[in-house]
Design a protein around this ligand. Structure first.
Ligand code: SAM
Length: 281
């Protein structure tokens, strides 16, 4: 009989959040696959768990998947953990789970802490529909392009971000979204210096500038989705742009439309391109 692959959540800061069931599964498993075995050894030692561990990183996941599946086929039970929170969520494990399922091995979740869910549960932003974007690209151009793609997204946006990039990211969001878009910074959740700060993007930028600790620790950044009035804004932008695009070069039409409406240049430029393309057809 095949063994089971357990996907086990561990605390994101507060050890009190380590569920008794998660501890029990890790204690009874034949093998634990951990992102950083030294990091996890400290956690397991604290709870008196002595199960053998092997490492599972992004770069060895393919090979490790085969080994872990072979163990399950031998009837052993394997537990997958990451450094903190729920494995696979901006953490390794996806390939192992996928291959295990394809191999007909039972994969069971042992749910628990997850920073994005914890942050959303206290942010006070619409939580009925949301988009988890993980980490934004580190390079400025790629990050700005991603944010522009998200500018019209009406669901709550959730990002993981390195604290040293918080100021830069808030600035980039102000440029890509509206400066008065509501957002929340949830840092050091479940830990001693836990802070959940909400406000407009421009308020958060000045708050972060004045709060040196905001550039330390761990954080989740949540942004209110684009308002449905965007539709109304789009209609107004098109109303102004249409006659201008008909008689003026594109750049000039956009510049005038920016003056008239006060809307974002990027957005107006995109709409102008769409109008021009439609004119050609
Ligand atoms: N798998 C984890 C989970 O379930 O949330 C996430 C792993 S990802 C590599 C690490 C990122 O999660 C951090 O950079 C931060 O954005 C977020 N994070 C983890 N713990 C956090 C905490 N206690 N407070 C705020 N954000 C946290």
């Amino acid at each position: 009989m095949n063994g089971t692959l357990y996907v086990v959540a561990t605390p994101i800061g507060n050890l009190g959040d380590f569920s008794p069931r998660a501890q029990e599964i890790l204690r009874k498993a034949d093998l634990i696959a951990a992102e950083d075995t030294r990091h996890s050894a400290a956690l397991l030692r604290h709870f008196g768990i002595t199960t053998a561990m092997i490492s599972l990183h992004e770069y060895n996941e393919r090979r490790r998947a085969e080994l872990l599946i072979a163990r399950c086929r031998e009837g052993l039970s394997v537990a997958l953990i990451s450094d903190a929170g729920t494995p696979l969520i901006s953490d390794p494990g996806y390939r192992v789970v996928r291959q295990a399922r394809h191999a007909g091995i039972e994969v069971l979740p042992i749910p628990g802490p997850c920073a994005l869910v914890a942050a959303l549960s206290v942010a006070g932003l619409p939580s009925d529909r949301f988009v988890f974007e993980g980490f934004l690209p580190a390079k400025t151009g790629a990050r700005q392009a991603r944010l522009l793609q998200l500018a019209e997204e009406s669901r709550t946006l959730i990002f993981y971000e390195a604290p040293r990039r918080l100021l830069e990211t808030l600035q980039a969001m102000i440029e890509a979204f509206e400066p008065d878009r509501e957002a929340v910074v949830a840092r050091e959740l479940t830990k001693r210096y836990e802070t959940v700060q909400g406000g407009t993007l421009s308020f958060l930028l000045s708050w972060a500038r004045q709060t040196p600790e905001s550039s330390r620790g761990e954080l989740v950044l949540l942004v209110h989705g684009a308002e449905k009035e965007q539709d109304a804004i789009q209609q107004e932008a098109l109303r102004v742009l249409r006659p201008l695009v008909a008689v003026l070069p594109l750049k000039q039409a956009v510049a005038l439309a920016v003056d008239i409406t006060g809307f974002k240049k990027n957005r107006l430029y995109q709409l102008a391109l769409e109008l021009q393309a439609a004119k050609k057809h």
